[in-house]
Design a protein around this ligand. Structure first.
Ligand code: COA
Length: 169
């Protein structure tokens, strides 16, 4: 098993994997697979990595640019991230996050935000101080990892693919 950048032929496998992984997630509206396609179409898929298990895509992670009110630039958003249902809890998600963050730093990013479960992402070094906001979501779900500079605050605007998916849901 190894991590590589997505290749042109991976789009269908990534969408299927994402839909399967999110199917049992209670807060999912089933849009995550389409969001990845739209990010790609819009040129907003800054980083897209897959876990390749002998030719099968068993994990995927996406990073896209994010705007923070107040102007901090070079920030990115982690997600969606998916691991095939039969392959979860074996360290694949953690490995994809670690490699994705390493590549994000190499791009010169100032940091990374995400919307997710603090119990999971807190263990990987993400924190919330309640000062980042996204729509009406509980600020504790909005987490970030600062690579350089000061911790940002204010409202987030995700890439269009996320914003439109929310409008459609
Ligand atoms: C979330 C997800 C990507 C995690 O990937 P994974 O490969 O199963 O996770 P890992 O095996 O790398 O887990 C890393 C650690 O977090 C723990 N963990 C995994 N899922 C967890 C969860 N939902 N809550 C709390 N801890 C969790 C693991 O026990 C592991 O801890 P350890 O290193 O001490 O053993 C995967 O479960 C998934 O695809 N879920 C469905 C889609 C989804 O919810 N995506 C994220 C939306 S924010």
């Amino acid at each position: 098993m190894f991590i590589r950048k997505e290749a042109p032929g991976d789009a269908d496998a990534i969408r299927s994997l994402t839909e399967a992984a999110f199917a049992p997630v209670p807060y999912s509206n089933g849009s995550e697979g389409r969001i990845i396609d739209q990010l790609r179409t819009d040129g907003d898929l800054a980083i897209s990595l897959v876990m390749d298990d002998d030719g099968t895509v068993v994990g995927h992670i996406a990073f896209s640019p994010i705007k923070i009110e107040g102007g901090e630039d070079k920030w990115y958003c982690l997600g969606p991230i998916s691991v095939a249902p039969g392959k979860q809890r074996q360290g694949i998600g953690k490995a994809l996050i670690g490699e994705g963050l390493r590549r994000l730093r190499a791009l010169g990013a100032n940091g990374c935000t995400l919307v997710g479960d603090p119990a999971y992402y807190g263990r990987l070094g993400f924190r919330s101080d309640g000062r980042l906001r996204y729509k009406s979501l509980n600020p504790s779900l909005i987490q970030r990892m600062v690579f350089q500079g000061v911790p940002p605050k204010g409202n987030l605007t995700h890439a269009d693919a996320f914003e439109h998916a929310l409008e459609d849901s």
